[in-house]
Design a protein around this ligand. Structure first.
Ligand SMILES: Nc1ncnc2c1ncn2[C@@H]1O[C@H](COP(=O)(O)OP(=O)(O)OP(=O)(O)O)[C@@H](O)[C@H]1O
Ligand SMILES: [Mg+2]
Length: 611
C-alpha cells in the first residue's frame, strides 16, 4: 500500500447518475479505476426496489422489476433531487436524497469490498447546471449513506479531469459534451500544464435519454390508438412496458437504421392481449428528438460565446454520457466543429473516473501529476431589489446580480444596499439565481430577515450583502448591517438548515431501518418473473376508467374526496386548479362535472407517480 495513505481515510469518486451510477478509486498503480459491482458490472442502474419480502434491492435486478412492480420501484430519482416531496415506494415514502442515499450505500458496499471496510470520503459529481438545492440534496444523500462528502464536483469537469490525466502536457481548449439519461451539460475547459480551467458551462437539467424514451413511448402509444383505439398510457403498467421497450428500441437504433418492433402484450382489453407490431427507422427517431438535439447545440454555442472562443479554437470535443452513442449527436458535433469528437475514455465511465482523479488529488495519490482543476459558477446569483420598471415606476421584484455567470469559484462578493422606507427596521433578503432582470423569471433559492435596523430616513441605513459561492457550488449568504458600530450578521445557510440536523438524523435512522436485511440469503425469484408472468391478465380494471356513467352520485363523491386526499400535498401551484375542479364537482353534484374531475385527477395522479 502507498505509504502516504497510511492513517488517512480512503476516498472514492462517485458518478450518481439519473440512469446509471458508478464508483471509482485510484488503484495501487496510481490509475483511476472503476470498482465493479459484486456481479462485475462497471455501472449499476440507478433504480431501487422494495421487494415483496420488504427487502431493498438496488441496480439491474430492481430495473428488471420495474414493469412487474412499478409501485415498488423508483427510477430517475436524480430528477427529483432538491424537491421536498416524498416519493412513494411500496408502503413507504422516501425523500429524493434518501432514495439516492440507498444507491450510494450500494456503491459503498463495492468500495468496502475493494478497499476494506470502514469510513470513506467521497467526491460526488453533479451536473454543472444543478441548482443550489440539488447540490445540497446530493451532499446530504452522501452523508446519509455514511460517506464523508469531501467534494461535490461538476460532471463535465470530472470528465475533463479523466481526459486531462492522459493529456497533461498538451495546451488546448476542449469542449465536454455530456448527454446522459437525465441531464445535458456542456463545458469549455482550458488545459495548460496540468491546470484545467473551466471557462464556461451551460446546460439543461431536464434534457436527456429519458426524454427520448418518452418520445418513443408516444410513438408506440399512437400506434395503439390508431390500431385499437386504445391509449395505453392510461395504465401505469402499460406505460412502464412501453418505456422499457422504448429504451431498448432507442439503443438498437444507434446501431441499426431500421428496428422491427414486436411487443406481444401492452394492455389487455375484453380478455384479449393487445400488442404492437411495427417498425421504426433511425430517421423517424431522429426527427422525434431533433428539438432536443438542436437545443444542445444552442447550448454548445452559448458555452463557446461565454468562453469567448471560436469553433476553430477548440482542439478536442469530448463525448460523455450514454446518449452520445446516438449517431446523430456525433454527426451534429462533427459538422459544427469540423472534426471527429473523441471517445478515448469510455463515455459512460469518464465521469466516475474523473471523480476518482479529483479524489486522488485530494488524497495525495496523484501528487506527482500536478493536476489542478478550477471551476465556474454556471449561473448568476443575486437578490430581489426595488427596480424601475418599463413605465418608470419603482417596483419590487427586480433582480440585482451579485455573482455573475461563469465566475471562477470559489468566489466571495459583496454589494452595499440601503433601506428604502423611512423608519424601516427590518429587511427581507430574497436570494435568486438566473439571468432575468426580474426575479419572477429566476429561480428562488431562499430568503431571510434582517431585523434590528435602527429607525432612520430611507436610504440612510446600509446593509452589506455578501455571497460566498464555495468550491462545492453551494452558496452562503451573509447580510451585515452597519450602523453606529452595530453589526447584525445572518448566515443564510444556517437559516435554511435550522432543523437540518434533526431531519438528517431521522433520515439516517429511516434508511438504516429500511436496509436492515434478514440474515437469510436473499431470495428474489419473483423479480425474475418473465415479462408474460409479470402481466396480470385478471387485472383488467387497471386499464382505463371504471364505468363512472352508471355509478351512484354518492360513490362518485367519495371517489372525489379520496382523490382530493391523495393529491393534497403532492401538487404544485400550477396544478392547483384540479383541486378547484374537484371542489366544484362535489358542490354541484353534477354527474358530468364529477366524472371529468375524477378522470383529470386520476390522470394527474398517474403522472405524479410516473414523473
Ligand atoms: N447505445 C445507446 N444509444 C442511445 N442511448 C443510449 C445508448 N446506451 C445508453 N444510452 C442511454 O444513455 C442514458 C444513460 O447514460 P448515462 O449512464 O451516461 O446517464 P446518467 O449518468 O445516468 O445520467 P445523467 O448524467 O444525466 O444524470 C440512458 O438514457 C440510456 O438509454
Ligand atoms: Mg452522467
Amino acid at each position: 500500500m502507498n505509504n502516504e495513505l497510511v492513517g488517512k481515510r480512503p476516498i472514492v469518486g462517485i458518478d450518481l447518475g439519473t440512469t446509471n451510477s458508478s464508483v471509482a478509486y485510484i488503484n495501487a498503480s496510481g490509475e483511476p479505476e472503476i470498482i465493479t459491482s459484486f456481479k462485475g458490472e462497471k455501472l449499476i442502474p440507478s433504480v431501487i426496489m422494495i421487494d415483496l419480502n420488504n427487502q431493498v434491492v438496488v441496480g439491474q435486478e430492481a430495473k428488471d422489476a420495474v414493469i412487474a412492480m412499478p409501485e415498488r420501484t423508483l427510477t430517475a430519482v436524480k430528477r427529483k433531487m432538491g424537491q421536498k416531496d416524498e416519493l412513494p415506494i411500496a408502503d413507504r415514502r422516501l425523500l429524493p436524497e434518501e432514495a439516492s442515499a440507498i444507491i450510494l450505500k450500494e456503491l459503498k458496499k463495492y468500495a468496502d469490498a475493494a478497499m476494506g471496510e470502514g469510513e470513506k470520503e467521497a467526491v460526488i459529481t453533479v451536473p454543472a447546471y444543478f441548482t443550489d438545492e440539488q447540490r445540497r440534496a446530493t451532499k446530504q444523500a452522501g452523508e446519509i449513506a455514511g460517506f464523508v462528502v469531501e467534494r461535490i464536483i461538476n460532471e463535465p469537469t470530472a470528465a475533463a479531469l479523466a481526459y486531462g490525466l492522459n493529456n497533461l502536457k498538451k495546451k488546448a481548449n476542449i469542449l465536454v459534451y455530456d448527454l446522459g439519461g437525465g441531464t445535458f451539460d456542456v463545458s469549455v475547459v482550458e488545459m495548460m500544464k496540468g491546470i484545467l480551467e473551466v471557462k464556461s458551462s451551460a446546460g439543461n437539467n431536464f434534457l436527456g435519454g429519458e426524454d427520448f424514451d418518452w418520445k418513443l413511448v408516444d410513438f408506440l402509444a399512437e400506434y395503439m390508438i390508431k390500431t385499437y383505439d386504445v391509449d395505453p398510457r392510461a395504465s401505469i403498467q402499460a406505460r412502464y412496458i412501453l418505456k422499457t421497450e422504448a429504451e431498448k428500441i432507442k439503443i438498437l437504433l444507434s446501431k441499426k437504421a431500421v428496428v422491427e418492433i414486436a411487443i406481444p402484450i401492452v394492455v389487455v382489453k375484453d380478455h384479449k392481449p393487445l400488442g404492437i407490431y411495427t417498425q421504426i427507422t433511425r430517421e423517424q427517431f431522429e426527427a422525434m428528438i431533433a428539438e432536443f438535439l438542436d437545443e444542445t447545440m444552442v447550448l454548445v454555442k452559448k458555452a463557446l460565446d461565454d468562453a469567448q472562443l471560436d469553433v476553430s479554437e477548440i482542439r478536442d470535443v469530448l463525448l460523455v454520457g450514454g446518449s452520445t452513442a446516438i449517431p446523430k449527436v456525433e454527426q451534429l458535433l462533427q459538422e459544427y466543429f469540423n472534426k471527429k469528437p473523441k471517445k478515448e475514455i469510455h463515455p459512460e465511465e469518464a465521469v466516475a473516473l474523473g471523480a476518482a482523479v479529483q479524489a486522488g488529488i485530494k488524497s495525495g495519490q496523484l501528487l506527482k501529476q500536478q493536476l489542478i482543476a478550477t471551476d465556474v459558477a454556471p449561473f448568476a446569483m443575486g437578490i430581489a431589489v426595488l427596480k424601475v420598471d418599463a413605465t418608470d415606476r419603482l417596483k419590487p421584484g427586480g433582480f440585482q446580480k451579485i455573482i455573475d455567470r461563469n465566475t471562477t469559484i470559489p468566489v466571495r462578493k459583496s454589494e452595499p444596499f440601503t433601506t428604502c422606507f423611512d423608519g424601516q427596521t427590518t429587511v427581507s433578503i430574497e436570494v435568486y439565481q438566473g439571468e432575468d432582470e426580474w426575479v419572477e423569471h429566476n429561480h428562488f433559492l431562499g430568503e431571510f430577515l434582517v431585523d434590528g435596523i435602527p429607525p432612520a430616513p430611507a436610504g440612510m441605513e446600509g446593509i452589506n450583502v455578501s455571497f460566498f459561492y464555495n468550491i462545492n457550488g453551494i452558496l452562503e449568504v451573509t447580510a451585515e448591517l452597519e450602523s453606529t458600530g452595530k453589526k447584525v450578521i445572518v448566515n443564510m445557510q444556517d437559516e435554511l438548515q435550522r432543523d437540518s440536523m434533526e431531519v438528517f438524523r431521522a433520515s439516517v435512522k429511516k434508511i438504516e431501518a429500511l436496509l436492515e436485511t434478514k440474515t437469510a440469503e436473499h431470495l428474489s425469484s419473483h423479480t425474475q418473473m418473465s415479462f408474460i408472468d409479470a402481466f396480470d391478465f385478471e387485472d383488467e380494471k387497471d386499464f382505463g376508467y371504471p364505468d363512472l356513467e352508471n355509478q351512484d352520485l354518492e360513490v362518485l363523491k367519495q371517489e372525489l374526496e379520496q382523490l382530493r386526499t391523495d393529491l393534497s400535498g403532492r401538487i404544485n401551484v400550477d396544478e392547483n386548479q384540479i383541486l378547484e375542479l374537484i371542489e366544484a364537482a362535489i358542490t354541484t353534484q353534477e354527474r358530468s362535472a364529477m366524472i371529468e374531475a375524477i378522470e383529470e385527477a386520476t390522470d394527474l395522479l398517474i403522472k405524479l407517480d410516473l414523473d
